[in-house]
Design a protein around this ligand. Sequence first.
Ligand code: UDP
Ligand code: MG
Length: 329
Amino acid sequence: MVTVPALPKNRPADALISCVIPAYNEAAHLADFLRDLRKTLAGFAARYEIIVVNDGSSDNTDEVMAPLLAESGLRYISFSRNFGKEAALSAGIDAAQGDAVILIDSDYQHPLELLPEMTRLWQSGIDMVYGVISDRSNESRLKRWGTGMFYHLMESGSPITIPRNAGDFRLMDKQVVNALRQLPERNRFMKGLYAWVGFSSIALPFVPADRATGVSSFNYRSLSRLALAGVTAFTTLPLRIWSGVGVVISIVALMYAFWIAGESLLFGNDVPGWSTLAAGLMFFSGIQLISIGVLGEYLGRVYDEVKKRPLYVVAHDINNGPLNSTSNN
Ligand code: UDP
Ligand code: MG
């Protein structure tokens, strides 16, 4: 699909691999996951660091992490409250020192077995290797329909192409990570930002496993909110649609006005048509409210941007530095 870039790439033999793990209420399986992740990393990475971002969990994540905090190769960043997955990923990306940075969920849904292959593709010169869900048949029809609509809108309204069914599970070269760090926006729709920065990339299909324990934090409401964040951040199509609707309605209204004028000139006017008037009034009030709503949606985001608040607030940051798998520690 993607040919390996012809220009030489800097891929050190003793590359440092950073793994960013956002964790929100994952205490039940987090320690197991970190143990399995270390085992996987030790198998192929000369040096690695694991960055756990506790996104203001309300369970006993801190307690579970306490005995692990002295371990080499671990960085533990804990937020002052829940800031959301996009903020947690951004914190991990800001903190990562690796030559390559892997983003992986802490609930075992992203297969650890894929990490060596991702790294191999990166070593061969590709800058970004992203996981693509190859089978969504276990998702509800409504969710698949919503996802389809979302990608359709993004594709028709934005010059960048966001790969379908790709999530946050990915490996990125240091260059990609540096580019992401330079993006100043507060509204961080990560899937869009990965695509926006460019670089050579390749898809790696995978079938997500079931969640280890607990339930997904993303319900229809939060998914819709995320989709809206993506649409408003990457396309102004919803704003432009209203100019088109306005033009069409004005033309129809003008034709109707001529028709009414002609009719009353020819046949006189005994004031009929109150129902047309009432229906028209309601219809156009609706249209106006919707268009003001769309405008407000964008304006709200502009407001968020100008406030320039930090993306997240860190309460604890414990950094033991990277671990050298080849030495015995
Ligand atoms: N997550 C997070 N902050 C949140 C919600 C989720 O850091 O506010 C993390 C969560 O711990 C997990 C990943 O993001 O590692 C994906 O979340 P989840 O499994 O709930 O979503 P899904 O797999 O359904 O996309
Ligand atoms: Mg999950």
